[in-house]
Write a protein that binds this ligand. Sequence first.
Ligand code: MCN
Ligand code: MOS
Length: 764
Amino acid sequence: MTVHNIRHGDASDGGADSVGGRLSRVDGPAKITGAAKYAVEQQLEGLAYAVLVESTIASGKVRSIDTAEAQAAPGVLKVLTPDTIISLRTAADWFGTPPPDLPYCPLARDITFSGQHVAAIVAETFEQAVAAAALVKVSYDETPSIVDLNDAKAGDGIPIDAMTKEWGDAHAAFASAPVRICAAYNTPREYQAPMEPHGLIAHWEGDKLTVWEPSQWLDGMARTYAEWFGVPFENVRLVSPYIGGGFGSKALALTHGAVAASAAKMLGRPVRLVMTRPQTFTGYGGRAATRQTVTIGADADGIIQSIVHRGINETSMGGMWVEPLGSVTSIMYATPNFSSKQNVVRVNSVVPGAMRAPGENPSAFGIESAIDELAYEVGVDPLEIRLRNYAEQDPEAKKAWSTRQLREAFAAGAERFGWARRTPEPRAMRDGNQLIGWGVAAGTYPVRRAYGEAIVRILADGSVEVESSSIDMGQGTYTILAQTAAETVGVPADNVVVKLGDSRFPRAGVAGGSRLAGVMTGAVHKAATSALDQLVGLAISDPRSPFHTLQANTLVVANGRISSPRGDGPDLSIAELLSSVGRDRIEATGDTMPANSTAEDRYKNYTTIAMALPHTEGDYSRHSWCAHFIEVRVDEDFGTVRVSRVVSALDSGRLYNPKLAESQWKGGIIMGIGQALLEEGIVDRRHGRIVNNNLADYLVPTNADIPDIEVISVGIPDLHASVLGGKGVGELGIVGVAPAIANAVFHATGKRIRDLPITLEKLI
Ligand code: MCN
Ligand code: MOS
């Protein structure tokens, strides 16, 4: 859990230790050497193994479960069914809405999707549990199901009024517009597919529960476990020091967690449950499939008069997921008239959920494809049309942007890509039998803000320790918090140890919505500032301090040493100073909560998402922005598409660590290439099963699919966004990639593909 720094900043960059420096990941060596212990690798005395049995139908009822043979199988400790598992309480959702006072059973009798957990085996070994699970015989009364959005029975669904956004008279303005574009854009179900599958070890000691589980949100998940089992929040400890990716799928306590923790309680032994790769496809829902219609009315110069947008996303029979499809549509371009509405359709699926830029990602596919269509319709360059319709303020909130370096992003990206050399007509650029296409699209993601808490300790040996229950799933939290503490206190980053991933540490909200870096650098900065103030205060005022006689107002701490600003007087290491005043540590807790916050406010902030500040709070509208310039090569005979060049310019405000931010952006872009060309969950139309529920058939990009990607930072510090001036990074990169590729494919081939992914059968 402890991450020791090894110096490995770029030699070329003297400031690697400071915020803004290119310090390499401080958790890198632990991960590469195998020293990093992931959740389910804990070795516990008496560990038992749980394996899930899942429904093979998508809709109906469990008629009976025959467990006799499984029960008698070697090593079996318990067979859990809805009849034998202990009863839990319903937990609040992530907004903290008080739940109905109803029992909760994580094993289902009423089946609403294929892959629902109906039983579980707990055995002495994993192999015994797997063998016994195969002996459980479940019979069903099957009823007709709606397998996905394409199902004829799916219909138009339920209107979500809260999603409606309207100004002006969009329909009238469209009717009178000289140029009109109207098209439908579809995205399929996609999956997070993190390398590390979902899984956990649950361990009860009396009424105290410890859960080792990969988690994007320790405090939120701890709350859910506490509510399920009716124990105080403080009794649940979540431990998650290392996580093999989440992409949105690991922010909530899920049904399988309830099964494992119930089994552990019933047996009085720690229980480990790890999902198989196929189970992860129904263990958490992936990104909802979406349908959008985008209608643009414009004048002959391509100046937009009206946008009418209608969106539909799928949700489950019992749960509610709204993928906000109007989120980019309503802010990217200036328009005097606008209307956006959204429905959700219930299908027999696990409830879909958050996947990297939920909402913004499919939303951008609609509007950024549609504006490209408008560009060809009026004969204006696709980059030029975006500039003509540039939104100088937030068209929806009617507020100034806190910062919007999108024009700069277009300029920098176009320059580096060589956009000016583009031939305007489709099918006009080629290399042998490869048609070459150049496409552009913009992207954006809102700045979500909440509050965080951290402890910073200056220890007797002069080292600094940071603790927070926030997490690092690969995005770089350990590293940027080490840099923040190092710079603020005035020590080398080597001398900082960052401890994350334990809910016993000071609390933190969700690592989702690209908010954690801004929140936690703010909290650590505050805690470190107050630890430094204490240190300097002691040095000045403690009669035992060598600085006492100086009668200085302030002292300077740099490089782990403390001295007077004028250079007269003593020059001591922090360790020497602490020893002179007889202290073994200085400790400060810092949080970014408003000063008058109550204990209840804090609990609510850290365990729900209800307290996040709206991005349009106050006078400004806060977002990060990007522009992607992409080259594709389409084989004229085979219809295969290769992305051959990507240049993206991005505005995430100030970067805490450019090396890591660039890596995050590239990761998002790579995921966007997968979304554009490969990824699609395919459902069996008879039983509603996900057919390609593995990484051989659910295609994600490999190295061979990825060209050189160049990313350019065009951000400037945005102090309306966060304490240190950064905006979100983690999700921004994916937004706009799929439409940039679709636009490039149109430029290459003259074929407009409005359904993702862009596979060869759609092109030939
Ligand atoms: N950063 C920076 N400068 C900024 C903001 C961020 O240098 N102004 C860098 C830092 O290294 C920081 C990282 O970018 O650790 C991400 O910061 P932020 O944008 O605040 O996002 P979060 O820390 O909240 O991380 C969550 C975000 C989301 S929501 C998804 S989804 C996602 C993502 O991060 N999933 C990921 N990136 C991922 N990266 C990996 N490796 N694995 C995942 O599952
Ligand atoms: Mo990210 S989808 O908000 O975890």
